[in-house]
Design a protein around this ligand. Structure first.
Ligand SMILES: Cc1cc2nc3c(=O)[nH]c(=O)nc-3n(C[C@H](O)[C@H](O)[C@H](O)COP(=O)(O)OP(=O)(O)OC[C@H]3O[C@@H](n4cnc5c(N)ncnc54)[C@H](O)[C@@H]3O)c2cc1C
Length: 398
């Protein structure tokens, strides 16, 4: 994995953010930040205006080891620790939601599930291509009738000779139009609720898969898609894990997914600060920089504190995972809730401090708001995380 040359001072969002990272982790952060600002940031607005998926930027992640940092080295991944993975997500998301999302979906949701639950044959078939960037992936969970209640998936998998026939629809699927592998949640028996959920590895080129563009008000460069499966036949070895055993697979995937989404949110929250503090120093009103007004200072202080608080939760969660705690649902919910709400709140404050320019297409802060808000919805809404956290506190859930 590419690191900054030793001796160069790593740019850091704050002293607190870096003080207990290893020297290697600091170097990775510095290198990813430098790469993201040089190679990704200059193209984001242009891609958004043109609704253009950043394929060429994603390809640039591969030789640097940023596309598959936490996947096993034997398949071409980086074999990095979880905190380092979080730093990569944080720094990429600081400049671009979509490039960071590819890394997050790949490592946490799809390839991560293959590593945890795949057979040797499934791993050999898919992981080398995922690690070398030739196969992008999508996680297909959400359906038109609902995304929060995963036990209620309606996409149906029915037995055929030697395999399964899948029919149903998925919506809001990131990266699908560019994916070479779909991880699909379906049910083999809706009456069994979570015990019927089964995860399938589906080639999007298979017969009966129709992927269409889903028009969005934000993240047009993500090319979000709707997918219809119409009697798509897959072989038995397309089942990941056990038939009816999909729920724990999705649980483990989302557990890691919430870590990487939370790390991305910290990056987005940090970006709002990085754009706003210089603006408040330069912009003048009533004959003085607006940053000298206490009400502006209050907003900036709140932005900094909520970002550091979220970052502390995210890094702590990463360290728990590095220490071998396999499932950290409570801590993942806390980190994801705090970080996603910090990103949205910071974007709102950033717009307010920018005044009318907060809405100008010449300024980045306006774009940040809806992009941040999406992460209060994706990978578990804030309501679901509050529910889970409260149920732990009340002893309803363990
Ligand atoms: C930009 C973006 C990218 C996405 N990418 C993907 C992707 O790649 N793959 C994928 O599968 N999905 C993806 N999604 C979908 C996302 O995961 C879902 O939108 C999310 O899970 C919520 O599902 P829903 O939209 O159906 O809302 P619903 O489940 O219909 O919920 C609607 C509202 O009801 C609330 N609610 C539901 N249940 C409860 C409850 N028990 N208590 C309190 N409130 C409740 C929710 O919090 C929410 O506010 C993406 C979404 C966005 C915006």
């Amino acid at each position: 994995m590419t690191m900054a040359p030793s001796g160069s001072p790593p740019p850091s969002p704050s002293r607190m953010a870096d003080f207990d990272l290893t020297p290697e982790q600091r170097q990775v952060r510095a290198a990813v930040r430098e790469f993201a600002e040089r190679e990704v940031l200059p193209f984001v607005e242009e891609h958004e205006r043109a609704a253009r998926y950043p394929s060429e930027l994603i390809r640039k992640l591969v030789p640097l080891g940023y596309l598959a940092p936490v996947l096993p080295e034997r398949f071409g991944g980086g074999g990095a620790d979880v905190v380092t993975y979080g730093l990569i997500c944080e720094e990429l998301a600081r400049v671009d939601w979509v490039v960071a999302s590819v890394v997050s979906v790949t490592n946490s949701l799809v390839a991560g599930s293959l590593v945890r639950f795949g057979t040797a044959a499934q791993q050999e078939r898919w992981l080398p291509g995922i690690c070398d960037g030739s196969i992008l992936t999508s996680a297909c969970l959400t359906e038109p009738d609902g995304g929060s209640d995963l036990a209620a998936v309606r996409t149906r998998a029915s037995r055929t000779a030697g395999g399964w026939s899948i029919s149903g629809a998925k919506v809001f699927i990131s990266h699908a139009a560019h994916a070479g592998l779909l991880l699909v949640a379906a049910t083999v028996d809706p009456g069994k609720r979570h015990r019927g959920v089964t995860v399938f590895l589906v080639d999007p080129a298979a017969d009966g898969v129709a992927i269409s563009d889903l028009p969005m008000r934000t993240l047009r460069r993500d090319n979000l898609a709707e997918i219809h499966f119409d009697g798509t036949v897959v072989p038995d070895d397309a089942v990941l894990g056990e038939v009816g055993g999909g729920f724990p697979i999705l649980g483990a995937a989302l557990d890691m997914g919430r870590f990487s989404v939370a790390a991305r949110c910290v990056g987005q929250a940090q970006r709002a600060i990085d754009l706003t503090a210089p603006y408040a120093t330069e912009r003048e009103a009533f004959g003085q920089p607006i940053g000298q007004f206490q009400m502006i200072q209050q907003k900036i202080a709140d932005m900094c504190v909520r970002t550091e608080a979220a970052r502390a939760l995210v890094y702590r969660l990463g360290r728990m995972k590095d220490a071998g705690v396999e499932r950290c649902s409570l801590e993942a919910s806390m980190a994801k809730l705090a970080a996603s709400e910090a990103a949205t709140a910071n974007a709102l404050d950033a717009i307010q401090i920018h005044g009318g320019y907060g809405f100008s297409s010449d300024y980045e802060v306006g774009r940040l708001l809806l992009e941040a808000k999406t992460l209060e919805v994706g990978e578990g809404t804030s309501e679901l995380h509050r529910k889970l956290i409260a149920e732990h506190a009340l002893g309803v859930r363990r």
